[in-house]
Design a protein around this ligand. Sequence first.
Ligand SMILES: Nc1ncnc2c1ncn2[C@@H]1O[C@H](COP(=O)(O)OP(=O)(O)O)[C@@H](O)[C@H]1O
Ligand SMILES: [Mg+2]
Length: 237
Amino acid sequence: MSFSSSSPVVSLRDVAIYQDVNTVLSNVNFDIDKGEFVYLVGRTGSGKSSLLKTLYSDLPLLTGTAAIADFRLNKLPRKQIPYLRRKIGIIFQDFQLLFDRTVAENLAFVLKATGWKDKSKRKQRISEVLMRVGLDAAANKLPHQLSGGEQQRIVVARALLNEPVILLADEPTGNLDPIVADGIMKLFMEINNSGTAVLMATHNYDIINRYPQRVLKCESGKVLDSKVESFALTTGY
Ligand SMILES: Nc1ncnc2c1ncn2[C@@H]1O[C@H](COP(=O)(O)OP(=O)(O)O)[C@@H](O)[C@H]1O
Ligand SMILES: [Mg+2]
């Protein structure tokens, strides 16, 4: 509907994030607009993954209000979680492909699980996303026949299957050498340029310097926002 087309893709108000009894982050307030690219930085243990998990509803939202892709995260019924995850693409550091299935079978598995009943439509969509990541020739290969960078491209293709409004990526280049990581980064930029918002947790300050964008930084239990205040980017891992 037209009123939602201008609303942010992500919106958090006075959110707190917990792991067990510990408060990881509090007073979190930010919006991410449609088509925006945002980095999420902060040293190990500062709360980047916990924040992303809250956004894809792997951690429940207990304090504050938050919405992503038109889903309210407060008291989100468990049954709604698969629908939420169709609207957001999730990419982890380790590839999490099914290693006993071909690339096409990996992608078909997700399509079947998300309601694509028509085999020829599945085939068409698989070929579209593989084209998008530059690996249309890899459909019938097994993951172990591909390089690490190629496997990560397949993971990106998988995340794109249901045309998400935002990609959430948790250190997607963490296991890749710099040249391969740069290629993945260019792919993220292309996807972003075609209108998909991206929130990417990273430690890689070379990448941030090469492709400057808005930065959210987890520090001392808060989230700093380069849109609101300036802060040092380089204080440690
Ligand atoms: N599954 C978990 N159970 C309990 N504590 C956790 C769990 N995952 C992370 N934590 C703790 O939450 C804090 C934030 O971790 P995390 O969100 O993984 O940070 P980052 O991704 O920035 O490294 C850390 O203190 C970490 O030890
Ligand atoms: Mg993490």
